[in-house]
Design a protein around this ligand. Structure first.
Ligand code: NIG
Ligand code: FE
Length: 417
């Protein structure tokens, strides 16, 4: 593979600097005007002002890639997705528009349970093909690394099916996939009358087996009304930690349960959603290294009036990240640029804060910050080039995909050749 000299970056957002980013530091993008990158194999060999990079010996021999004046940034790190499911739940979308709530639909047999039934009767091959097509869409919108959860199998055979599809996809296609075990998504139908027996099964058998087989790096729990309680989530996440899986948690989405405090207690890598979080929770999170991953696609898609208090979180010094939560029930979008638009208008984050929350901070929450999330020497050459003159135009132009090129580990993956 030849070296690449990448020029024509009117604004090169390097995101260099301290990791993770908090408070006022969140919006520091490390912008280089008229920037350039030198890429060798899958890594960044040099990055900085074009005139300086061009002077390097290796730059003279490199193949030239001129973006002609675009904004270039690290590929997005989407740190919360439920990638593996076969079909949409568009009928629920319509029911909600007509007045039903997410919880009413779930109690009537829809919701997560409906996707679990669909996954159980869909072959590995079909699920994998669906996911591959979606991964190409993620890449086309500038995402180069994503986390993906199990949680729509909810019996051993089908949880394993999802985790092995993810493992295979990580090997077979260009994007990096970081795996999370979400066996505790909801209590599966077989255990509806015996939730504690299901928690026993998770902690005695499934979590140790997933950890031993190296099928996931993280373990997540949906801690909310209609899912798992705080004491159940505590048992699950303490077991996960003891087995070597790092906790993540769906917290304070539909009701305030105390899950955010539990995230601090078990030193979770991430607490996600947080729409219903309280003031004391924010203080506790600010003193911790838990990343607060905000998912504004959910409130938008559900037509909910409430969004997470991003401003209060950032101003208190909490580590904030943004993700799609790509899933068929609450946030069917692969588009990080759309999430940036929502972060700006609904969460009142500045465009700079939103961009850092979509790159370096989620990389930290996935423990991938040594490799991705910023454009620095030695890191992967994972980049997205947007057809805009000013980075603020990325969220500004909402509902349109202006990502014109995505590079993953030194290979141009969008547009596909
Ligand atoms: O993150 N909250 C739990 N899980 C998903 C919803 C999944 C579904 O409705 O299928 C979420 O919003
Ligand atoms: Fe989720």
């Amino acid at each position: 593979m030849p070296d690449w000299l990448i020029t024509g970056c009117s604004e090169l957002l390097t995101l260099r600097g301290p990791v993770p980013r908090r408070g006022r530091g969140l919006g520091e993008l490390g912008i280089v005007r008229d920037g350039a990158l030198l890429v060798r194999n899958d890594r960044i060999l040099a990055v900085g002002e074009r005139r300086k990079v061009e002077r390097l010996g290796a730059a003279r021999r490199a193949e030239k890639l001129d973006f002609g004046g675009r904004v270039v940034l690290p590929g997005f790190v989407d740190s919360h997705t439920h990638l593996i499911f076969p079909t949409s739940r568009a009928e629920e979308y319509e029911q909600r528009i007509l007045g039903k709530t997410y919880q009413e639909i779930a109690r009537a047999g829809g919701g997560i349970g409906a996707t679990v039934r669909a996954v159980r009767c869909t072959s590995e091959k079909t699920l994998s093909e669906c996911a591959s097509a979606r991964l190409r869409e993620f890449a086309a919108h500038g995402t180069t690394t994503l986390e993906a959860k199990s949680g729509y199998g909810l019996n051993w055979k089908n949880e394993l099916k999802i985790l092995s599809i993810l493992q295979q996809l990580h090997q077979d296609q260009p994007l990096d996939i970081v795996q999370t075990f979400l066996g505790a998504h909801i209590v599966p139908p077989e255990f509806r009358k015996r939730p504690e027996t299901f928690v026993d099964l998770l902690v005695r058998a499934w979590i140790p087996a997933v950890a031993t087989a190296g099928l996931a790096a993280f373990c997540d729990v949906f801690c909310d009304r209609g899912a798992f309680t705080v004491p159940q989530a505590r048992r699950i996440l303490q077991t996960a930690r003891a087995c070597g899986l790092v906790p993540r948690i769906h917290a304070e989405q539909f009701s305030r349960t105390g899950a955010a405090r539990l995230a601090v207690e078990v030193q979770a890598a991430s607490a996600d959603h947080l729409d219903k979080i309280g003031r004391d929770d924010i203080r506790a999170l600010a003193l911790s290294n838990v990343v607060c991953t905000l998912l504004p696609g959910c409130s938008f898609h559900l037509g909910a009036p409430e969004y997470a208090p991003a401003r209060a979180l950032i101003d208190a010094g909490v580590i904030v990240a943004l993700a799609t939560d790509f899933n068929p029930g609450t946030s069917p979008t692969v588009s990080m640029p759309m999430i940036l638009s929502l972060a700006c208008t609904q969460l009142r984050m500045t465009p700079a804060e939103a961009l850092a929350a979509a790159t370096i901070n989620p990389a930290y929450s996935l423990r991938q910050h040594g490799r991705v999330g910023s454009l620095e020497v030695g890191k992967y050459a994972d980049l997205a080039a947007f057809d805009v003159a000013d980075y603020r135009e990325i969220p500004y132009y909402f509902g349109v995909n202006l990502c014109k090129m995505t590079m993953k580990r030194g290979v141009v993956i969008t547009p596909r050749s």
